[in-house]
Design a protein around this ligand. Structure first.
Ligand code: NDP
Length: 464
């Protein structure tokens, strides 16, 4: 097994040269830089064994999107006022299939955020074993507080430009933060009207118009399956374990549902305003309340404590150097809100309060210093988002397969495939970590296994 210093020195010339080039080229894109550094710095041992990747300049090519589309999204609000947002689609890598990745509608969306998400998506999609390339898109539009008709007008305007760049064999977007079933429906309707064809151009569709069963559940369920797979290695289960979940959207809700299926005890939810802690545990009735609150009434998580009096709500205090959510004692942590939600202090708080398993439902929720804390704690199992949350895109690819066949599988069939895929991702990450000298390191393992598939496919296809 390699020491940390040996790992850092391995392949260091190419790794350092590539990192220097990206810092120079994309230094103004902090989120993309963070994601690229995390992947590239774990690949040193690969370049020692495969110098041909350097000759073919694979790193230089894989860090540059194949195409970036940016466009204006004008629309009219309910008061007759014209609004203008910015739309993007980053078509990052098509080495193993059509671009695939979600659309995010959130005021924090920038090109840097979408490039980080698109870059992660390339390797995540390769790990699913399914033929899908990497992409991501979205807008700085904020659906919160907007009426359904405003959201519809925005989605129609967004798709009026995007439709010419996507297609079932070119680029197949899905949902992400701020884009759920409602938004996918409005965008699908507009695509169909413009392209004059009913085709699997988006995933996350409603079941009656081409969607897959289990797609809404897939990311959250998959994250918990991945945690269970990591715990299986040490003959442990989630049964009876208290677990922190952050977020209260799609991923958080279905991670909670699967934790309940596994007889674990979820105790928290959060949103951008703060978090609730329910020491009695969040049971199915309370989860149904949260689903109605967030998905139908579109309310805030603080309302939970009006109904469940034993629970406590803590508002986010941005002046603090940590988020007290991660100070709640628990065995498992399932960050499922957004990027960089766990810093070094939060990670230390989790570990010192007895946390033994972290499975990331969100993309890049842990800052680099937090990842170091988890990896230095010898008894913490840490599943990075790239591996742990790949269930969502995997079932999206199954939705594409069903659309191509014009057929729909049962709930059980899709769930069984999802379980198998999460097991396979676990084995690929674990085997690659072992082969390249870092047993038990799921970060290196996932990066190496995903990268090797992409790099070999790019080499096969020549200099494109
Ligand atoms: P949703 O929009 O359904 O929910 C997002 C949740 O996170 C909400 O509770 C939201 O609170 C909270 N949140 C968003 N931004 C912030 C912020 N800056 N600070 C604190 N809380 C925040 O999104 P999803 O559940 O779909 O996505 C959650 C995460 O999972 C994201 O990182 C996404 O990229 C990742 N992911 C999602 C997949 C999917 O299939 N949906 C697939 C793979 C990964 P509020 O309501 O206040 O905004």
């Amino acid at each position: 097994m390699l020491t940390t210093t040996e790992k850092k020195q391995a392949g260091s010339t190419y790794v350092n040269d590539a990192l220097a080039m990206i810092r120079e080229r994309d230094g103004h894109e902090p989120e993309f830089l963070q994601a690229a550094e995390e992947v590239i710095s774990s690949l040193g041992t690969v370049f020692d064994r495969h110098p041909e990747y350097r000759t073919a300049k694979v790193l230089e090519r894989v860090t540059e999107p194949e195409r970036v589309i940016q466009f204006r999204v004008p629309w009219m609000d309910d008061f007759g006022e014209v609004q203008v947002n910015r739309g993007f689609r980053v078509e990052f890598n098509s080495a193993i299939g059509p671009y695939k990745g979600g659309l995010r509608f959130h005021p924090s969306v920038t090109l840097s955020v979408l490039k980080f998400l698109g870059f992660e998506q390339i390797f995540k999609n390769a790990l699913t074993t399914l033929p899908i390339g990497g992409g991501k898109g979205g807008s700085d539009f904020d659906p919160k507080g907007r009426s359904d008709t405003e959201v519809m007008r925005f989605c129609q305007s967004f798709m009026t430009e995007l439709f010419r760049h996507i297609g079932p064999n070119t680029d197949v977007p899905a949902g992400d933060i701020g884009v759920g079933g409602r938004e996918i429906g409005f965008m699908f309707g507009q695509y169909k009207r413009l392209a004059n064809e009913f085709t699997g151009v988006l995933t996350g569709k409603g079941f009656h118009w081409g969607g897959s069963l289990i797609r809404p559940e897939a990311t959250g369920y998959g994250t918990v399956y991945f945690a269970a797979a990591m715990m299986g290695v040490i003959n442990q289960t989630l049964e009876g374990k208290r677990c922190i979940v952050s977020g209260s959207g799609n991923v958080a809700q279905f991670a909670t549902e699967k934790l309940l299926d596994m007889n674990a005890i979820p105790i928290t939810f959060s949103d951008s305003g703060g978090f609730i802690h329910d020491p009695d545990g969040i049971d199915r009735e309370k989860l149904a309340f949260v689903m109605d609150l967030k998905n139908v009434r579109r309310g805030r998580i603080s309302e939970y404590v009006d109904k469940y009096k034993n629970a406590e709500y803590t508002a986010i205090d941005h002046a603090l150097d940590h988020n007290p959510l991660w100070n709640v004692p628990a065995y498992g942590a399932f960050p499922s809100a957004t990027q960089n939600e766990i810093n070094g202090v939060d990670a230390k708080n989790l570990v010192s309060n007895g946390c033994k398993v972290v499975a990331e439902g969100a993309n890049m929720p842990t800052k680099p210093e937090g990842i170091d804390v988890f990896q230095d704690a010898s008894d913490v199992l840490y599943g990075p988002g790239k591996a742990a949350n790949a269930g969502g895109v995997a079932v999206s690819a199954l939705e594409m397969a069903q659309n191509s066949m014009r057929y729909q599988w049962s709930r059980e069939e899709v769930d069984n495939k999802l379980k198998e895929i999460m097991q396979s991702i676990h084995s690929q990450a674990s085997d690659a970590a072992q082969t390249y000298g870092s047993p038990g390191d799921y970060v290196s393992g996932a990066n190496i296994a995903g990268f090797r598939k992409i790099a070999d496919s790019m080499m096969d296809q020549g200099i494109v």
